[in-house]
Design a protein around this ligand. Structure first.
Ligand code: TTP
Ligand code: MG
Length: 391
């Protein structure tokens, strides 16, 4: 593959920075956006906070009550999500003036392929300096940008010098940059893989890169090969301009074809939770839930239902999938595979991960809290009870 120049842009303390921009009295102060702290009794979590607040060890997804304890003098705001979406649109409009090859990742984050954008001997650093300056001038906010030969390294680089950072990792600097980092920085290394790697005495990216592929494949299967490549700075994934995620799905093949309703419904819940979690990771919500069923003998069916609103909540996905299952199921069916898919997303540039409605916001906070526990302790750490839905 010819050498590429990939940039990753991520706004600094996005929601909080917008509030500080619009109200000079907030500048230089610890500003926390999220749930109402209610004098320390509030429920819900921090969405984000200004860098001044981060000195108090406050960060996204921290319970708001703990944030309040750490910094009672902070300025706590609920935030204005409509405004953030509008600002996000303005930021993406700036990026589009520099390259058409933009992959939005979230409300404040994007990859850009700059390979074809460097004319007249302009360096990637010059170009990204200009982008940062333009965002500053037209939107009034600071962005951090990382430049590298691939997406993974560009993302690590944009995070490296935050806020207002700009860092280029050239191909011959990749190893020196990557190898001292902890393995958690590698894409696809969650808490689970991290602790498995620690057990193999692999703590840094360099140690991972120097581990024989066979040892990694033995422990992690094909994922091991992938990790080895990433640790060696190889990541050929393109900036996926037209390839935004169209659906999120998970399926399961039973060890043996089954008629056991409890087992099937339990699996349906598990798959719904996995899909729900992956959607939240990508900041996606969809309207159409599809159930896939393969029977003994490989006959495959799918049944879909379109909701009247977009969601990524596990309860909604599960109850919809269960409803579809109950309509489909006939006694005597032997089920080989079931799958759950959610599709029909909207507006790939701005994904409104956050709710205005307090009841939905509470649900969103609850889901995020569960995600965090699962990130730490694994997918099975928390399970919802299976609903008794009347029959
Ligand atoms: P991030 O880019 O993760 O965070 P940030 O821009 O606030 O700060 P940083 O300088 O570290 O990039 O997320 C962008 C926005 O998305 C953030 O301002 C608020 C929102 N958000 C949530 O509402 N909940 C979350 O858990 C996270 C991580 C972000
Ligand atoms: Mg950000």
């Amino acid at each position: 593959m010819p050498e590429r120049i990939i940039a990753h842009m991520d706004m600094d303390a996005f929601f909080a920075a917008v509030e500080q921009r619009d109200n000079p009295a907030l500048r230089g102060k610890p500003v926390i956006i999220g749930a109402d702290p209610k004098g320390g009794q509030g429920r819900g979590v921090v969405a984000t906070c200004s860098y001044e607040a981060r000195k108090y060890n406050i960060h996204s997804a921290l319970p708001i009550s703990i944030a309040y304890r750490r910094c009672p003098q902070g300025i706590y705001l609920r935030g204005n999500h409509q405004k953030y979406r509008e600002v996000s649109r303005q930021i993406f409009a700036v990026l589009k003036d520099y390259t058409p090859d933009i992959q939005p990742v979230s409300i404040d984050e994007a990859f850009m392929d700059l390979t074809g954008c460097l004319s007249d001997g302009r360096s990637p650093l010059d170009l990204c300096r200009a982008i940062k300056k333009d965002i500053r001038a037209r939107v009034g906010l600071t962005a951090s940008i990382g430049i590298a030969p691939n997406k993974m390294i560009a993302k690590i680089a944009s995070d490296y010098n935050k806020p207002d950072g700009l860092l280029e990792i050239k191909p011959d600097q990749v190893r020196n940059f990557l190898w001292p980092l902890p393995i958690g920085k590698i894409w696809g290394v969650g808490k689970h893989t991290e602790s498995a790697l620690h057990q193999l005495q692999i703590k840094t990216v360099g140690e991972l890169a120097r581990t024989p592929i066979e040892a990694l494949s033995k422990r992690f299967g094909t994922h091991g090969l992938h990790l080895h490549q990433l640790a060696n700075g190889i990541d050929e994934r393109p900036v996926a301009v037209d390839d935004e995620i169209k659906s999120v799905s998970n399926e399961h093949t039973f060890e043996q074809d089954t008629t056991d309703q409890e087992e099937i419904i339990d699996r349906l819940l598990y798959l719904s939770e996995k899909v729900s979690r992956r959607m939240r990771k990508h900041d996606l919500k969809g309207k159409t839930v599809t159930l896939k069923i393969r029977l003994k003998g490989f006959q495959t069916f799918s049944r879909a239902e379109t909701l009247d609103h977009r969601t990524n909540f596990s309860d909604t996905i599960y109850t919809t999938a269960l409803h579809l299952y109950k309509i489909f199921f006939r006694p005597g069916m032997h089920i080989r595979l079931i799958g759950v898919r959610v599709a029909n997303f909207e507006d790939p540039y701005v994904r409104d991960s956050l709710f205005e409605d307090p009841a939905e916001k509470r649900d969103e906070d609850l889901h995020r809290a569960c995600d965090q526990i699962k990130d730490k302790f694994g997918e099975r750490a928390i399970r919802r009870g299976i609903y008794k839905t009347g029959n």
